[in-house]
Design a protein around this ligand. Structure first.
Ligand SMILES: *Cc1c(COP(=O)(O)O)cnc(C)c1O
Length: 955
């Protein structure tokens, strides 16, 4: 036999257990094959009728070759389109050590603060940067994009308005079309009226609660809003501004002219355009609104030793606590991209940022003068980086000449917009001048650029020139050399536990492998360097990639079509519910407003339902954790006239394939409702069953869970939705790029395909696994979970299981009884850090429990190590139960133990330092040290500090 045709299978790299290990694990479970386990686990009535029909799996090498060919179909023209997206120079030290580094991109959201101080610091730097640049008092640690940030601002100001009769959001007519589109979508369910007007003519009537302006405006003009803001405030009207962060290096920040909320995109701080994303939006406001801010906020506190420590602040505002009363449904945001933008500010510092902004502005003034000299009419008197020319009949000629030279401008009727960025050079200006000269049949050489440059003025009005300083904190002034920068990045990375260290067994979050081959294409210029509004004939690579992904995910979900607009699971929920709303409306059923949600649902479900204007009715679960079908039926029938939908997670958040799921869907349909399936647990379905097969109408997929996009420490993500045929016409459209039909709802995101550049990760995963590989992955995810269950159930009661005693891909460990001796589930979570592990999901969906999800990517060895740790910890709890140790002073209560504590000269604990830090032998070989002791949550919320404190302030 020759080995000529031997091919490596990616599947064997993606899945943790080897065939031999899988066999051992099956023996522990007492089954003879994987298929026997699956038969015991997945109800036969929901099993797919046929195997997945997907292209044959490619090896990593073959895939990279193929995706290179796809990438080359994208044409990377020089982009001057602007509209909120700018080309950038990503410093290599940030690209290689953050963007392309699993030590940063495989981290989880920093709920376990003690092993997340690095990214918490980077996110605090982000907040500080935003506060400084905008001149506001408080900022969050990122939102999904500028348009949704604007919508969040509208909603926050609407909810906080004093005059409850006011329902008008007065919007300038000079804002980005994609922002307006998303505002329309969000305004609809709340009866907010968008009044679009030229602000110079707008009346500040009593029905207006807030107003929205853009600075600089969409066409590039700089308007002084000071008098307008004062007039608005005199009428109790709040002012929200969308801004360009880079321009604020030169312009008076909105905080100084009276804005109450400032939103925008930090993309141009070193994050590639990526055909729309991902990048981090920001949200800054006044202290007075601190309890109303959407999204996550990082705050300063102290740890158990009284030292500086960081954690997520004011979490009681968030959807996982407040559910349908939450201020927003944000869960996954854009942490990794916010971290990159903050490092860009750290790398350049205030002078560097000012130099970049000044060069952009000077080149813009140069171009303006040169083109005016050629006889062109420029419309913006005051501007930062954007010019607008009225070309009249010459526009067609210019467009074709520009395309000949591979230049993209922004065309609007007879005008052309040109936005410069930090990549623009003097030579680029020469090229543009040549193109414009040719259209007038003039000689570019007649324009003496050098002479204009020698006498350059400014187009920023003196009264709007920035005088205040920014980025004054030493963090932004210390790391100028690459060595210093590299070491700063690495010092923060070293504080954080990621998938580089150990499994992160978070139930519902599916922390699986993010393979290098999947990540590699993300930073290619052919994907990163494309503007989301680039002409379609330049984006055929993306169209092919998205088209294939659409076909594959439709096959996997059993649905007719996907929409790739939503940037997170929660945003997918919202999009799906708005699609259902449009469907009901099209049938004259606009009164349907009741949404049934089981008590065990993720917090985003009720929060999204309430954002979509629905009334949430909670459905009970029975003592076995399953949806109480009788209660569901009773409530569906009671509300039949107004039933809108059911939101259901499958397998349930309790980690069980509920048998009656088909009947549940039928009950909802019989009463006029639609079934929304939360696809967060899709990792237990792929290839075995599907939402479409079960009978759901819509579902979102968390591509950052099931389909390998890394979590990035709390984002990015992608939450595309799949829908059955009858809902296809209502999928979201977009104001600039048509992506749906005329019945399509208005946009849910700024970009037509959301965070398009990371779709390649999921594309790669499916292409390299193939149908059989994906199905095997699902089976192994179920095997791994049941193996953990088998190993741990003698030590921890496992809440809920299916009829044959099997769990799905995750399980809940009940820790509530430990409370009797004062041991909280949080103590176990913190103690796991001493053992080198990140805690499973704490207190969701059941308070006082741990939810464990190993995924298919963990090997038996890693799973055994994790089980050994949990078994050892159980023995530590038993010692408390037996009264052998002090209930207030023991390894659990004092966890996690830092190196500083363990090596201190003083040690007055009743247990040994060995036991504190090295409780199991494997730790001798590989020890991860938490960088701070247990953080103090209440202290941090009492005295809220959300920007980098000065050394003196902190001491
Ligand atoms: C993760 C998750 C969500 C929210 O997804 P995001 O992408 O974080 O917005 C919703 N439902 C369930 C069950 C989840 O696990």
């Amino acid at each position: 036999m020759s080995n000529i045709h031997f091919q490596e299978k990616f599947e064997q790299r993606h899945n943790g257990p080897s065939a031999a290990e899988a066999k051992e694990m099956l023996e522990v479970l007492g089954v003879s094959s994987l298929d026997q386990l699956i038969e015991q686990t997945v109800p036969s009535q929901i099993r797919a009728a046929r195997p997945l029909q997907l292209p044959t799996a490619l090896s990593e090498t073959a895939y990279l070759k193929r995706v290179r060919q796809i990438a080359e179909k994208n044409k990377v023209f020089k982009s001057y389109i602007g509209q909120g997206y700018a080309d950038i120079i990503l410093p290599g030290v940030i690209q290689r050590n953050v963007f392309e580094n699993p030590g940063w991109y495989t981290q989880y959201t920093p709920y376990q603060a003690e092993i997340a101080q690095g990214r918490l610091q980077a996110l605090l730097n982000f907040q500080t940067m935003v506060i400084d640049m905008t001149g506001m008092e408080i900022a969050n640690a990122s939102l999904l994009d500028e348009a949704t940030a604007a919508a969040e601002a509208m909603f926050m100001l609407f909810a906080a308005r004093k005059n409850k009769a006011a329902n008008v959001f007065l919007v300038s007519d000079n804002i980005f079309p994609q922002t307006l589109d998303v505002l329309k979508t969000r305004a609809l369910p709340f009866g907010v009226e968008l009044r679009i007007a030229a602000l110079s003519e707008a009346e500040l009537t009593a029905d207006v609660f807030a107003t929205f302006v853009q600075y600089p405006a969409a066409d590039g003009a700089i308007v002084d809003y000071k008098a307008f803001a004062a007039a608005a405030h005199a009428n109790n009207i709040a002012v929200c501004a969308a801004v360009d962060l880079m321009s604020l290096a030169l312009l008076t920040p909105p905080g100084e002219w009276g804005a109450d909320v400032v939103v925008g995109n930090s993309q141009r701080f070193g994050v590639p355009m990526g055909f729309g994303g991902p990048h981090a939006a920001f949200f800054a406001t006044k202290d007075a609104y601190k309890r109303n801010i959407p999204g996550r906020i990082i705050g300063v506190t102290i740890d158990s030793a009284g030292n500086y420590a960081l954690r997520m602040a004011l979490q009681t505002r968030e959807q996982h606590i407040r559910r349908d009363k939450a201020s927003s449904n944000i869960c996954t945001a854009q942490a990794l991209l916010a971290i990159m933008a903050s490092f860009y500010a750290v790398y350049h510092g205030p002078q560097g940022i000012k130099n970049i902004a000044s060069r952009i502005h000077d080149l813009t003034v140069l171009l303006d003068s040169a083109l005016q000299e050629l006889g062109y009419n420029q419309l913006n008197k005051a501007y930062f980086d954007t010019l607008r020319f009225d070309l009249g009949a010459e526009v067609a000629g210019l467009k074709s000449e520009a395309l000949n030279n591979e230049l993209n401008f922004f065309y609007d009727g007879a005008t052309v917009g040109i936005s410069l960025d930090e990549t623009t050079t003097y030579e680029d200006i020469q090229t543009i001048v040549k193109v414009f000269a040719k259209v007038k049949a003039k000689n570019a050489a007649d324009v003496d650029l050098a002479e204009i440059a020698a006498n350059l003025g400014t187009a920023i009005p003196a009264e709007l020139a920035r005088t205040s300083s920014y980025l004054t904190h030493e963090i932004f002034n210390k790391y100028r050399s690459e060595h210093e920068m590299l070491r700063y990045i690495k010092s923060l990375e070293a504080k954080d536990l990621s998938l580089c260290h150990s499994m992160i067994p978070l139930g519902s979050c599916t922390m699986k492998l993010n393979a290098t081959a999947e990540m590699t294409p993300v930073t290619w210029a052919e994907f990163g360097g494309i503007h989301p509004f680039a002409p379609v004939d330049q984006t055929s690579g993306f169209m092919q990639l998205i088209g294939e992904l659409n076909d594959w995910l439709s096959e996997i979900t059993g649905f007719a079509k996907m929409s790739f607009q939503s940037n997170s699971g929660a945003q997918g929920e919202y999009a799906g519910l708005m699609v259902i709303r449009a469907y009901h409306e099209s049938r004259g059923d606009s009164h349907r407003n009741i949404c049934l949600i089981p008590a065990s649902a993720h917090g985003t479900n009720p929060a999204s339902a309430s954002m979509a204007g629905l009334k949430v009715v909670v459905v009970k679960c029975d003592e076995r954790g399953n949806i109480d079908v009788a209660d569901l039926k009773a409530k569906a029938e009671e509300h039949a006239a107004n039933l809108n939908s059911l939101m259901v997670t499958y397998p349930s958040t309790h980690g069980v394939f509920e048998e009656p799921i088909i009947e549940i869907c039928q009950i909802i349909h019989a009463n006029g409702g639609q079934v929304y399936m939360d696809g967060a647990n899709m990792n237990a379905q792929v290839g075995l069953t599907s939402p479409g097969h079960i009978g759901a109408d819509v579902c979102h997929l968390n591509l950052h869970k099931t389909f390998c996009i890394p979590h990035g420490g709390g984002g990015p993500g992608m939450g595309p939705i799949g829908v059955a045929k009858h809902l296809v016409p209502f999928l979201p459209n977009h104001a600039v790029i048509e992506v749906s039909g005329e019945q399509g709802i208005t946009a849910v995101s700024a970009a037509p395909f959301g965070s398009a550049s990371i779709l390649v990760i999921s594309h790669a995963y499916i292409a390299m696994m193939g149908g059989e590989g994906l199905t095997n992955a699902t089976k192994i995810a179920i095997l791994n979970a049941n193996y953990i269950k088998a190993r741990l159930e003698a030590h921890y009661p496992v809440l809920y299981a299916g009829n044959n005693g099997r769990c799905a891909h995750e399980m809940i460990l009940d820790c509530r009884a430990f409370k009797n001796v004062g041991v909280e589930v949080a103590d176990l979570a913190k103690r796991l850090m001493d053992y080198g592990f990140h805690a499973p999901t704490v207190s969701f969906p059941v308070a006082g429990t741990l939810m464990v999800e190993p995924t298919e990517s963990e090997s038996k060895a890693e799973i055994d190590r994790f089980c050994d740790a949990l078994i050892a910890i159980r023995a530590e709890v038993a010692a408390v139960e037996a009264g052998e140790v002090d209930p207030a002073n023991n390894v659990l209560k004092n966890a996690p133990h830092t190196a500083a504590v363990v090596t201190a000269d003083e040690w007055d604990n009743a247990y040994s330092r060995q036991l504190a830090a090295y409780p199991l032998p494997y730790l001798k070989l590989n020890k991860f040290w938490p960088s701070v002791g247990r953080v103090n949550d209440s202290q941090g919320d009492r005295t809220l500090i959300c920007s980098c404190p000065s050394i003196e302030e902190y001491a």
